[in-house]
Each structure stands twice: as structure tokens, then as C-alpha cells.
Design a protein around this ligand. Structure first.
Ligand SMILES: [Zn+2]
Length: 323
């Protein structure tokens, strides 16, 4: 069993906070991204400004995170190709894993090991959709795209693979199939953490409800099941309770710092303070026995520090259900 899964049995694991909104707050210039062509491609920073990416990892580790996520959320070949970086997919993902690995190794001690989660987000394609432009890709193509990214992340040194903010169950299944195939072909096995995102009515974008999410993922080679992004913790409460009561897997919850609202200049803002987010997540640990918590969009090192303090004070922990 991996050290990450072994520790999940013993205590609640704290994930880091947002990478994307932290980077956005830095007002980076096209030069930071390596030139105007790559402007806005946050994975390009792995190549052009590794110091910035590593600095964000270190800020979260200093705040008390047990797990940091690689800067590879939109690092699949398909997404990088949008910036003309498809042929650097290996370099970007290995580099993202190595940056997080170096930061974690600098903070790890035998008593407090830190872990790297290889982040993989949705491609934006929706194969379950009837929209011809969004569903113009095959299951096999998606499987191969995720398998490739997973391989580079694992070779770069991640401790687990995190499929997050997933909007379409069929894409999530393709991703898991792609990773499983890499494992069968000899890639070092690491845990898989699968996190759909639910819109405010408690369903995935294409309608899958939490009971279908749970039944589907429980039947796949997944170790941790959870939810992230889209909303704050309050909107996730019923779905998280359902997962904790029904899934055979460990359960993770990584909400945004509140339900996003639009600011005066059209910008997205997240209003939950570190203390608010931390106290709601500590309630999930206390009431339902959630195994891993963290912050998604709008969360900062201050949120993670508050989360660590709040969760450390909660003794309750859910046992994984027998499979
Ligand atoms: Zn988010």
C-alpha cells in the first residue's frame, strides 16, 4: 500500500489551495509565460518561470499542506496544443511533477511526509454531450490522452494521480482506463483519486447524480473519491454525506472558497474567509468522517493554514468501507 493511502487510514490529509487563482493574482506578463503565444497557459510557467510555480508549492507546504498538486491541470497534449505546446507535453508534465517533488522533499520529515498529487483536469471536450463540436473526440482518444499525461507525471515523481473538476463521467472513465492501461504496461502504480465537480443542483454538468457517480467510481480501480471546485462547501454537503455513507473509497472534498460571484469589473470573486472555509470543512470531518480536505479556486495559503488548525482539532475519522 502506498504511504499516501496508509496515512489516509490514520489521519485527515490536507491538500493545498488553488494554483490558478494564485497565479492570476500575480499579474504575470506575456514574458513570464515565455512569450505572447503562451500567455495564459499556466502549465507553460513550468518551463518559463519554475521559480514562481515552486514558490506557490512552498507557500502551501509552509502553511501546513500534506499534499500539493502539480501545475498540470490543463497539461494534456490536447490542451497544450491550443498554445502550440503539444510537442512539449512530456517536458511540461515531468517538469511539473519534479517541481512539486523538490518542494515536498525539502519540507518532508520522517514524522511528516509530504505528497505530490499529479493534477489532471477535464479536456473541455464532452463526449456524452449531443453538441457536435464538444463531442468530436472518441473515448479511445481521451483514454490515450490521459494515459500519456499520467505516464509523464508518474515518471516525474508524483505520489498519486488526481483527476479533478471532471464534468463528464464518460471522460472520467476514459481517463481511469488510460491510467490503468499504463499500469498494466509497467508504469509504477500510484493511487488514483477521482473528483467530479457538481454544479449547484448536485449533478455533474451532463446530469450524472451523486448516486450514479458513486456506483460508477466504486466499480473502477479508484482509491479516493471526492468532489472539488464549482461551489463552496455548503453546496457539497448532501453529496459528501452520500459518498461517506456509501462509497467503498476514501472520500476527499476540495471546494472553492465559497460559491463564486461576479465582481464589479466582471471578475470572479470568492468570499469565504480562511476561518469560514476551515470551519465548514472541519464539520465535514467531524460529522461524516471525510478523509482528505483542501481548497480549490479562491483559496490561499491562509485558507490552508486555517484548515490545518481546524482539522487537527477534530479526532473523528471515517473508516473506509469494506469493498
Ligand atoms: Zn476550483
Amino acid at each position: 500500500m502506498s504511504d499516501y493511502l496508509r496515512l489516509l487510514r490514520e489521519r485527515v490529509m490536507i491538500f493545498d489551495g488553488a494554483m490558478g487563482t494564485q497565479l492570476m493574482a500575480l499579474d504575470l506578463t506575456p514574458d513570464d509565460f515565455g512569450g505572447p503565444r503562451y500567455n495564459g497557459c499556466y502549465e507553460a510557467l513550468v518551463l518559463s518561470r519554475p521559480d514562481i510555480v515552486r514558490g506557490i508549492h512552498e507557500a502551501y507546504l509552509a502553511a501546513g499542506a500534506d499534499v500539493v498538486e502539480t501545475d498540470s491541470f490543463t497539461g494534456s497534449r490536447l490542451k497544450l496544443e491550443e498554445f502550440g505546446l503539444g510537442d512539449r507535453t512530456e517536458e511540461v508534465n515531468r517538469g511539473a511533477a519534479q517541481l512539486a517533488r523538490q518542494a515536498c522533499d525539502a519540507y518532508s520529515t520522517p514524522e511528516w511526509p509530504r505528497f505530490v498529487a499529479g493534477s489532471m483536469g477535464p479536456t473541455g471536450m464532452l463526449i456524452s454531450s449531443s453538441d457536435p463540436s464538444l463531442s468530436k473526440i472518441t473515448y479511445e482518444q481521451l483514454r490515450d490522452i490521459y494515459g500519456e499525461q499520467a505516464r509523464y507525471l508518474v515518471e516525474g515523481g508524483v505520489d498519486l494521480l488526481l483527476l479533478e473538476t471532471m464534468q463528464d463521467m464518460l471522460e472520467l472513465k476514459a481517463a481511469i482506463a488510460g491510467i490503468a492501461r499504463e499500469f498494466r504496461n509497467g508504469l509504477r502504480r500510484v493511487p488514483i483519486q477521482a473528483q467530479p465537480t457538481l454544479i449547484t443542483d448536485g449533478r455533474m454538468l451532463l446530469g450524472t447524480d451523486i448516486s450514479a457517480v458513486c456506483a460508477t467510481l466504486d466499480a473502477l480501480p479508484v482509491d479516493v473519491i471526492g468532489l472539488n471546485c464549482s461551489t463552496g462547501p455548503a453546496q457539497m454537503r448532501d453529496s459528501i454525506r452520500y459518498l461517506c455513507e456509501n462509497s467503498r473509497c476514501f472520500v476527499s472534498v476540495i471546494p472553492n472558497a465559497g460559491l463564486p460571484i461576479m465582481g464589479p469589473k466582471g471578475e470572479t470573486i470568492y468570499l469565504e474567509s480562511p476561518e469560514e472555509l476551515a470551519s465548514e470543512l472541519a464539520d465535514f470531518v467531524r460529522e461524516f468522517g471525510v478523509n482528505a480536505v483542501g481548497g480549490c479556486c479562491g483559496s490561499t495559503p491562509a485558507h490552508i493554514a486555517a484548515l490545518k488548525a481546524a482539522v487537527e482539532a477534530v479526532p473523528a475519522r471515517r473508516e473506509r468501507l469494506a469493498s
